[in-house]
Design a protein around this ligand. Structure first.
Ligand SMILES: [Zn+2]
Length: 309
């Protein structure tokens, strides 16, 4: 029998040259240079372990209890991360599902979205081209090692800002930005520019998927929408992200991932009661059709729901 709320057995943290100590602080652990925390990953490159009668790989658990966990989906459809850009992240692009297939990738396309959890004063993200760009001119600028950020929309961000990043959109997190990132369950990144850090670039593939048209950032900026007890931060084709505002009863027909980044929330189903504290997340499988959330004052928690398109 599956529990109504499933916790991770251990953290799934990724050290990065650009990582900082935000994630360690959030999770109350000692660690340096943590760039990413993967929350309930079912991606084969880095699957999370869950606590269920001992320890199990999430991918194995889903294989065994597919309908009970991910009802309505053939495979686990999303990837949820916390990212700490303590330094500028590489400028990159991800393919669409169609482009990934065309390029012979074994992984999926990757639209993604960010909810800013924390940002230093003046911190920026980069999203799409400021003007229409000639691919050849842009490629030459990269090869001449010019400052290619000048081609991109630079947006100062603050806590609570949220953006959708369609596949094909050039993007980067600037230093001092920490986000909740939700994407489809894919790990394909084509790096375009890396501030001379010496990591491999993937220009040929990137140039096959880049959208070189001028991008209006306001079209990608998510307008928060008030729902019953929730604030919808991200309304994207493959997933939704809601911030919990007040105590609320949530009904659903597949799984969700709930993350708490400050304070504490309590969750109650017909049979189980659990607490989710700062830095923790919980997988709420499809069998939990309804649950109540009780949120402490000042607590900050998000619910990620996959969506069919
Ligand atoms: Zn990305």
């Amino acid at each position: 029998m599956l529990p109504k709320f499933i916790f991770q057995a251990e953290e799934n943290l990724v050290e990065k040259p650009w990582g900082g100590n935000y994630i360690a602080r959030l999770k109350g652990i000692e660690a340096g240079n943590i760039g990413e925390s993967w929350e309930f990953s079912a991606h084969p490159s880095r699957p999370s372990k869950v606590a269920i009668n001992g320890v199990a790989q999430l991918t194995d658990l889903i294989a065994k209890f597919k309908d009970e966990i991910i009802n309505g989906f053939e495979e686990f459809p999303i990837l949820v991360k916390i990212i700490d850009a303590n330094e500028d992240l590489s400028v990159q692009v991800h393919p669409s599902e169609e482009q990934a297939k065309m390029l012979g990738e074994k992984d999926h396309g990757k639209p993604e979205a960010w909810v800013v959890l924390d940002a230093d004063e003046g911190a920026k993200i980069y999203l799409g081209f400021k003007e229409d760009v000639e691919p050849e001119e842009f490629r030459k600028a990269i090869e001449r090692n010019e400052n290619i950020l000048e081609y991109l929309n630079a947006i100062e961000v603050k806590k609570g800002d949220a953006f959708y990043i369609p596949a094909g959109t050039i993007h980067a997190l600037g230093r001092g930005v920490r986000v909740l990132e939700v994407s489809t369950n894919s790990n394909i990144t084509y790096r375009i520019y890396d501030y001379g850090r010496g990591r491999e670039l993937h220009l040929d593939k990137a140039f096959k998927v880049l959208n070189f048209k001028k991008m209006n950032v306001e079209e990608l900026r998510q307008k928060p929408k008030r729902l019953d007890g929730l604030m919808r931060c991200i309304d994207a084709p493959f997933f939704k992200v809601d911030r919990i505002i007040t105590d609320v009863k949530i009904s659903k027909d597949t799984f969700q991932i709930l993350l708490c980044v400050n304070g504490k929330v309590s969750l109650k189903s017909d049979s189980d009661v659990v607490e989710v504290t700062m830095g923790k997340s919980v997988l709420i499988p499809a069998i939990t059709k309804e649950y109540e959330v009780e949120i402490e004052e000042d607590a900050e928690a998000y619910v990620v729901s996959p969506a069919k398109i």
